[in-house]
Design a protein around this ligand. Sequence first.
Ligand SMILES: *Cc1c(COP(=O)(O)O)cnc(C)c1O
Length: 498
Amino acid sequence: MASDGELPVADLDSDEFRELGYRTVDLIANYYETVEDRPVYLQADPEDVVAAFDEPLPEEGEDPEAILDAVEEFVVPYATHTPSPRYFGFVMGSGTPLASLADAVAATVNMNVGVWHPAPSGTEVERRCIRWLAEAVGYPTDTGGLLTSGGTMANFTALLSALRDRTDYETTDTGLQGADRPRYTLYTSDHEGHSSVVRVADMLNLGRDAVRRVPSRDDFTMDVDALKRMLEADEANGDEPFCVVGQAGSINVSAIDPLDEIADVCEERDLWFHVDGACGAVGAMVPEFESRYAGMERGDSVTLDPHKWLFVPYECGAVFVREQDVLATAGAGETNYYEFGPQMSRGFRALKLWMSLKHYGLEGYRALLRESVECAVRLDDLVRSHDDFAAVQEPNLFIYSFRYVPADLQEALADPPAVPLARVHEYLDELNQGIADEVVQSGLAFLTTTTVHDRRTLRMSICSHRTTEEDVERVFDGLAEAGARLDSNWRESASLPV
Ligand SMILES: *Cc1c(COP(=O)(O)O)cnc(C)c1O
C-alpha cells in the first residue's frame, strides 16, 4: 500500500504474502467444503451484483486485506456455483481442487508457453498432456496437438488444418484474395452438429452456407447414406467438399455419430475427418464405452475439452491433429506452441490438467466418468417411471434431455382428438421452460432447456465429479414438484383444446 507519497514496493514482502496466501487457501478450502450446501444460482438481486462492482478506477493502491475482503464479500457469493454437485447447465467443468493450486503456481512461474526456451517445463508438460490424452482415448500417441482455450478454438485449429491440407485454398499468402474458387463445404449432422462449427466457418470466412447439415437418424446420429448423397449433389453443383465433422458425444442427447462409417466415406473421397468430441470424447477412456467410439482413432483431428468432462477448471480445450506438419508450418525441432495454433503468448494451462491427470489417474477418471453415466441412466429410470414425464431419448453418456408432460396430455397427444394440438405443444413448451426457471431461481439446481425435434425439453448435463445419484433424485423431485404446481396454476387459463 502506498503511503506518505512513497511508491508502493514492487512485491509484497514474503511474510505479508504468506499471510494473504494462507487466508486465500482458507477461502478456497472453505469454498470446496460448503459448495454442496450453497444455492447453485444467485439469490441476490442482479442489480446488487452490478452495484457491488460499480466503483471508480482506484487512483491510490489499496490494502490487499481489503481487496481480499471484497473477493470474499462479493466475488465468491455472487458467482453461479458451477462446482456444485447440482449444477447441470450447458456442459460445465466442476473444477478439480488441485487445479486451484496449479493455477496459482502457473501464475507464479508465469511461463509463456509459446516458445520452448521461455517455457521448457511448460512446453514439456503440455506435450505430455497431449500424449496422455491421446493414449487415454485410444488415439495415436505420436499425434500433433495442443491445448486451446476451449473446444471452439480446438475446432478452429482442426478445420484450418483441414482447409490447408485438403483444398487448394492458399491460406498463407493470397488467402481470401485469391482467384475464383469453388465453395469449400463441410458437413455435420443437422440436429446435433455443434454451433461452434458455424463460428469457425465465420472465423475462416467460409460463409455459413458452407456448413452443410446432414439429416440425422431417429437416434440423432448422422445418416451416412444421406451424407453420401449430399456430397454427390454438392460436387455435381461445383462445390468442393473438404471435411466431415462427426460428433463424439453431442450437446443435447450425448449422441455419438457412426464414426467408422464416416471415416470410410472420408477415406474414399479424400476428405478430412474431424471428430468433435468436446463433450464426450473422453468417455472412450472407459473400457466398456470404448466400442461406441470405434472410428474416432481414424480422425485426422479430434477435439476434446478437459474443461468439460475431465473437470479441469476454465480454460482448457485440446485438439489432436494427427499429422503434425499440417498443424505447424515451421520445421521439426523444438516444440514452439505458438506455431501450432492462433495464440502467440500462451499461458501455462497444461499444469492444472497435468496435476489432475496425475491425481486421479486413469482408473480414478474412469470411475468418475462411469458415475456420470450412471447418473444419466438413473435419471432416465426416474423419467420413465413417472406418469407426468416423457423420455425423448435413450440415455447415452452424461447429457440427458426429457420433458414434463402431464399424464392426461400424454394421452391426448398419443390419441389425438379432432382438434389441432398445436396449442398443447405450445403449452408444454412454456411449462417446461417455467419448470426449469423455477428450479434455477430456487437455488436447488442449475439446468437449462433445449430444443429436441422442435419441442422445448428439460436438459441435464451431469458432468460434475461431485454429483451422485442422490443429487439427481433430489433435483428430479424438485422438477416434478414444480411441474405439478405450475400445471395446476396455469392449466385453467391455458384454454387447451383437450
Ligand atoms: C462445448 C462444445 C464445443 C465448444 O467448446 P468451448 O469449450 O465452449 O469453446 C464444441 N463442440 C461441442 C460438441 C461442445 O460440446
